[in-house]
Design a protein around this ligand. Structure first.
Ligand code: CTP
Ligand code: MG
Length: 250
């Protein structure tokens, strides 16, 4: 079965606060989107790569990726108003590149996770190949997690609603993997949510769940951390530096 990957890189990176879009920000001299693209293609499993870019940065994204990619079929599309809308745009392109009706695994991966190990990419793809139609990598959580009431005014203190059993929680990452039919169905069923960040799904598994599709978790990896803030970027720099000095070049 062929493997396509949608690399989401159309966000602005408001919480990182850099001058331009987050995907172009450098981590140890290499743009996040290039690191993430290399991580996917470096697994040797990806036949088709579609990258979502901010609508006014499509050409800039093509230029950044041009020198960086091994020869997979790669394309850049304009993303949408939400991550969900961006993935939907990428999925349209994947479907037209592969041809409709062709069985495939589709990975959805965030450029904000530039250090994902090839072994994790493989684990997700193999789980889909083995019959799980929707697969996410997840890590056990070490913090106790409280569910709170969403804030509406007040002094900033939030009322706790519940404390879920920590053993039943997983913090999920990307790449998430799906059969193409399941991912298309999940996005079609949830399309009405995509136009607003407030209603849009923050990951594709949530769309699959809402569409009644069983989602499975495989073991994630700490290196697949998400760069959201400047602190995350600094942490990623440190991890890369220590991996390089110990000979584990990433
Ligand atoms: N993303 C996207 N299209 C959007 C919004 C986000 O493709 N309309 C992508 C981002 O580029 C990122 C991934 O989805 O790789 C996860 O989103 P997030 O980490 O929230 O990135 P940003 O939305 O860019 O950051 P922020 O929320 O801080 O603005
Ligand atoms: Mg965002």
């Amino acid at each position: 079965m062929r493997v396509a990957a949608i690399l989401t890189a159309a966000g602005s990176g408001s919480r990182l606060g850099a001058a331009g879009p987050k995907a172009f920000v450098h981590l140890a001299g290499v743009p996040l989107v290039v690191r993430a693209a290399r991580a996917l293609t470096g697994s040797g499993l990806v036949d088709v790569l579609v990258v979502t870019a901010p609508a006014d940065q499509v050409d800039a994204m093509r230029a950044v990726l041009a020198s960086a990619l091994p020869p997979v079929v790669a394309d850049v599309v304009a993303g949408g108003i939400s991550r969900q809308a961006s993935v939907a745009a990428g999925l349209e392109r994947v479907t037209s590149v592969l041809g409709s009706g062709v069985p495939a695994v589709v990975l959805v991966h965030d450029a904000a996770r530039p250090m994902v190990p090839a072994a994790l990419v493989r684990r997700v793809v193999e789980a889909v190949w083995s019959g799980h139609e929707a697969v996410v990598p997840g890590l056990v959580v070490t913090d106790t997690v409280k569910q709170v009431e969403l804030p509406h005014g007040g002094d900033g203190a939030l009322r706790v609603v519940a404390t879920p059993d920590r053993r039943s929680l997983r913090a999920v990452q990307t790449p998430q993997g799906f059969t193409i039919d399941v991912l298309r169905h999940a996005h079609e069923a949830g399309a009405a949510r995509a136009h607003d960040e407030a209603t849009a799904a923050t990951d594709d598994a949530a769309l699959a769940e809402a569409a009644g599709i069983e989602v499975w978790v495989v073991e994630g990896h700490e290196d697949a951390l998400k760069v959201t803030t400047a602190r995350d970027l600094a942490l990623a720099e440190l991890l890369l530096a220590s991996a390089t000095s110990s000979g584990d070049a990433r």
